[in-house]
Write a protein that binds this ligand. Structure first.
Ligand code: GDP
Length: 524
């Protein structure tokens, strides 16, 4: 019996991609192939039920984007051996990258989906950089090979050049677009045909290829495949896990080509739960006591209750329902009576959970993004940032008697990380900071739908904000006194400097070399 707490059978991962590359479709097919759902389309269907509940979700529907991150757990049993996959969904729209960034702190690996016709796009690259910061290993899925795309060689070279990664093709498309015939597994020499049929080849010179690829196309394929298997780095699991090499799978999420190969690869190669950075020491999954951190808080998941669900990644120890966990930032002890697992099809009470698992903890707002929970030890997980907002707005209330509701609502939303709120040292209007325009629209609809508060935004004199710190507190005090009109506090009371534009920020920071102006802040 495996008594170790470190579970080799957990795969906690996210999909990173540019909008429209096919993340939703791939998610659906992964769940389908993993046995979690029985008909493709259920991911969307489930989403639609949820959407119907609240106005702000209509924005998702209208724009066809997914605003909320969620967790989808599915299991796959093969040969008497069950693997649990925790897929953390990340919103694709760039306005919501802040949420995405935090979600990426909770995964052990990622799948990067690339549109075969478009190659590496802006958002893919941004998300990749976040993964690189944390050495998150990446598998690449080049999607839409059923359509005309760039040549596989051009795609591989682009990944290698733009992301400075070794690339290793694991399968090779036999034709693309209309000429697509199947996928050739470069390791096993199996051909995967549409519909799931496989044919074993003896090698690239197998005459069966002449039948599958008539009219001289077999010769061209052989040449390509030789080049593909000889011309790139060999697959090396350590190099992949260190974040230096990405194995590349080609396929089509929509047509379900190559999705099984990707799941097999996740099972075979993706790392099980990894140690997590924390102070004063890193936490390894085989430690006996429970420690985890909150990477996301979602309010009003159930409109009947004003509950929030905090999503906690378990990093060590075996969690049992009813356990008492200490919130390190406040010292408060929370008895976790109703922890939730988010299976792809349903939610379930989590009786026990293992490192790598994500549990939802319903609470009334006590738990916040970035919180560390342990059985008592004073450790704090690091690297879960807040990002400096790029849009700052004053909040304008339609009905002045609703000040309290507004404040509560903004607090809730700040807790979820949907927005940030700043209280200027001078004046009484709260300032809302967001990373993207769409967040403002979501905010207004949610204020109306969930809090019955009519509010709007008016321009603020400021465009950007930075958190301040200094080695010498007296210097920080002096700076704040000098720039009082541009100073605010965030909701934790941390000092924030607001600048009219990038030029002013640059000018002020250069003139005050003893003050650190930071674009991200970690809580605690
Ligand atoms: P997301 O924005 O990354 O979640 O992308 P979606 O999964 O919503 O896909 C965007 C569009 O690409 C949709 O119209 C999909 O039907 C289409 N799509 C996804 N995968 C494939 C594929 O393998 N082949 C083709 N031809 N279209 C695809």
């Amino acid at each position: 019996m495996n008594t170790s707490l470190a579970r080799p059978d957990r795969r906690t991962f996210a999909i990173i991609s540019h909008p429209d590359a096919g993340k939703t479709t791939l998610t659906e097919k992964l769940l389908l192939h993993g046995g979690a759902i029985h008909a493709a389309g259920e991911v969307k269907a489930r989403g639609q039920n949820r959407r119907a509940r609240s106005d702000w979700m209509k924005i998702e529907q209208q724009r066809g984007i997914s605003v909320t991150s969620s967790v989808m757990t599915f299991e796959r049993t093969q040969g008497g051996h069950t693997t649990t996959f925790n897929l953390l969904d990340t919103p694709g729209h760039e306005d919501f990258s802040e949420d995405t960034y935090r979600t990426l702190t909770a995964v052990d690996s990622a799948v990067m989906v690339i549109d075969a016709a478009r190659g590496i796009e802006a958002q893919t690259r941004k998300l990749f950089e976040v993964c690189r910061l944390r050495d998150v290993p990446i598998m690449t899925f080049v999607n839409k090979v059923d359509r005309e795309g760039l040549s596989p060689f051009a795609l591989l070279d682009e990944i290698a050049d733009k992301l400075a990664l070794d690339v290793c093709p694991m399968v090779w498309p036999m034709g693309m677009g209309n000429e697509f015939v199947g996928l050739y597994d470069l390791t096993t020499h199996q051909v995967l045909l549409p519909g799931g049929e496989t044919r074993q080849m003896s090698g690239f010179d197998d005459p069966q290829l002449d039948v599958l690829l008539p009219n001289g196309r077999a010769a061209a394929f052989r040449e390509e495949a030789e080049l593909a298997s000889a011309g790139y780095a060999a697959f090396d699991v350590d190099s992949y896990r260190a974040g230096n090499l990405t194995p590349v799978y080609f396929g089509s999420a929509l047509r379900e080509f190559g999705v099984d190969a990707l799941i097999d690869a996740l099972e075979a190669h993706a790392p099980p739960p990894r140690p997590q950075p924390a102070t004063p020491r890193a936490v390894t999954p085989d430690e006996p006591t429970v420690a985890g951190f909150v990477f996301k808080v979602q309010a009003n998941m159930d409109p009947q209750h004003r509950d929030r669900v905090a999503f906690m990644r378990l990093c060590s120890g075996k969690f049992k329902r009813g356990m008492k966990l200490k919130q390190i930032s406040t010292g408060k002890v929370i008895a976790v009576h109703s922890p939730i697992f988010f299976f792809a099809r349903e939610r379930e009470l989590a009786e026990e959970a293992w490192p790598g698992d994500i549990i939802g903890i319903p609470n009334h707002g006590a738990l916040r993004v970035g919180d560390t929970l342990t059985e008592g030890e004073a450790i704090t997980f690091t690297g879960i940032p807040n990002f400096a907002p790029e849009i700052l707005r004053r909040v304008k209330l339609g009905d002045p008697t609703k000040t309290k509701q507004l404040r509560n609502a903004l607090n809730d939303m700040a807790e979820e990380g949907v927005t940030q709120i700043f209280r200027p040292l001078i004046g009484s209007n709260w300032i809302v900071g967001v990373v993207g325009q769409l967040q403002l629209e979501v905010l207004i609809s949610r204020l109306q739908a969930e809090y019955k508060v009519d509010a709007g935004f008016e321009p603020s004199p400021w465009e950007t904000a930075r958190w301040l710190s200094a080695d010498d507190p007296a210097k920080l005090e002096a700076f704040m006194a000098d720039h009082r009109a541009a100073m605010a506090e965030d909701r934790d009371g941390a000092p924030v400097y607001m600048a009219r534009d990038a030029w002013e920020l640059n000018y002020t920071s250069q003139r005050n070399p003893d003050i650190r102006f930071t674009a991200t802040r970690e809580r605690h």
